[in-house]
Unconditional design. Structure first.
Ligand SMILES: *Cc1c(COP(=O)(O)O)cnc(C)c1O
Length: 371
């Protein structure tokens, strides 16, 4: 290895301008890292909207039974998983694009449809990956002001120009937990020109039961410019394996498939996702635990006199009434990891994921201590 201090060339400056301007995504702090730092154990992590139940036992068993195949490449077409999804949602497998998490699919969409002359519209406080992928592609981000922390669809529609390639809508949105109704989404889609592709990110779809909540997949037959993305990371409990997908019209799916890396979803993820889809009891339990946990957190925050943004996800954002980063640090010292959202322009808020009842209580007790 040569002496790196003698590097003459500015390799950072050689990167594409969009890449140089990127702010890296900030993941939640891993439990192991905090345990090392504080020298304590029994840390509660409520920072990344992970499923507190752990994976479905069906998924674990299926992965174990398939491990002997790991010397082989995965099925690059994800045949079995697409079959399962197509049966579950009553759609043709040819409409499905699989990704290494839905983040991967979001990035495929930007790479396939946005370039240096394109504009990409999304809301203030929207999920961070939209800005990241847009910048990396050298496209221009058009960020519309939020309304009550949520997406202002009128403002988003008004921001569309002939250069708009994509619109991203997270429903519900992360980190705010805000959501849009079926009527609102429909009205928006009706107002969008057909050359503009609308991405409806439904990472938390499985948690929502309200009849009012739009089922993006059901809207696809009416709006060919719609792409719906979903994930196995949240309600299906497989965040660590990285598997998500989009559903779109076939021409769009074909284009996404061209930019997709050939083996973007690994064998364990494919097998686990297939098995998880058979475990509706797991999904139902997760939804119940989430509903009860969300109510527990709301009550607890109210008792502490802290305002929160109503959420339908598996997380909730609350106003600390002070510098959120300070409260975050103080909670860390109590062994509770939550998520600062200052990088979203919300310096006084923190986001906490819904955990098991005892984890939620640990968080509320620590918060009471800290506040
Ligand atoms: C968690 C989340 C995702 C999912 O990411 P994966 O890559 O599938 O793990 C996508 N969109 C939003 C809004 C999310 O909160």
């Amino acid at each position: 290895m040569g002496d790196l201090s003698k590097i003459q060339c500015d390799y950072a400056a050689l990167a594409n301008p969009g890449v140089r301007a990127l702010h890296p995504y900030m993941p939640g702090k891993p439990i192991e890292e905090l345990e090392r730092e504080l020298g304590i154990s029994g840390i509660v992590k409520l920072a990344s909207n992970e499923n507190p139940l752990g994976p479905s036992s069906l998924a674990l068993q299926a992965v174990q039974a398939s491990m002997s195949e790991w010397a082989r490449y995965p099925d690059g077409n994800g045949f079995a998983l697409k079959q399962k999804l197509s049966q579950r949602y009553g759609i043709s497998p040819s409409l499905i694009t699989l990704g290494n998490g839905s983040n991967d699919v979001l990035d495929l969409i930007v790479r396939a449809y946005a370039g240096t002359h394109s504009e990409v519209v999304f809301s203030q406080y929207a999920f961070a990956v939209y800005a990241l992928s847009t910048q990396a592609a050298g496209a221009r981000a058009v960020v519309t002001p939020a309304q009550d922390w949520g997406h202002d669809l009128d403002a988003m529609a008004a921001a569309i120009t002939e250069n708009t390639a994509l619109v991203f809508i997270a429903n519900p949105n992360n980190p705010t937990g805000t959501w849009l109704t079926d009527a609102q989404i429909r009205a928006f889609l009706c107002s969008v020109p057909e050359h503009v592709i609308v991405v409806l990110d439904e990472a938390y779809a499985e948690y929502l039961e309200a009849d009012e909540y739009p089922d993006g997949i059901a809207l696809l037959s009416e709006f060919p410019n719609l792409i719906v993305t979903r994930t196995f990371s949240k309600a299906w409990g497989l965040a660590g394996l990285r598997v998500g997908y989009s559903v779109s019209c076939e021409p769009i799916a074909n284009m996404l498939n061209r930019v997709r890396h050939p083996f973007n979803v690994n064998s364990a993820a494919l097998v686990a996702a297939c098995a998880a889809l058979d475990d509706d009891a797991y999904l139902a339990k997760g939804c119940r635990v989430n509903r009860e946990g969300l109510a527990q957190l709301e009550r607890g925050l109210e008792n502490l006199g802290l305002a929160y943004i109503p959420s339908v996800g598996n997380f909730i954002c609350f106003d600390t009434g002070r510098e959120g980063g300070d409260v975050y640090e103080a909670l860390l010292r109590q062994g509770v990891i939550v998520r600062p959202v200052a990088n979203y322009g919300m310096p006084a808020h923190l986001r906490v994921s819904v955990g098991l009842a005892e984890e939620n209580q640990r968080f509320l007790d620590a918060l009471a201590e800290v506040i």
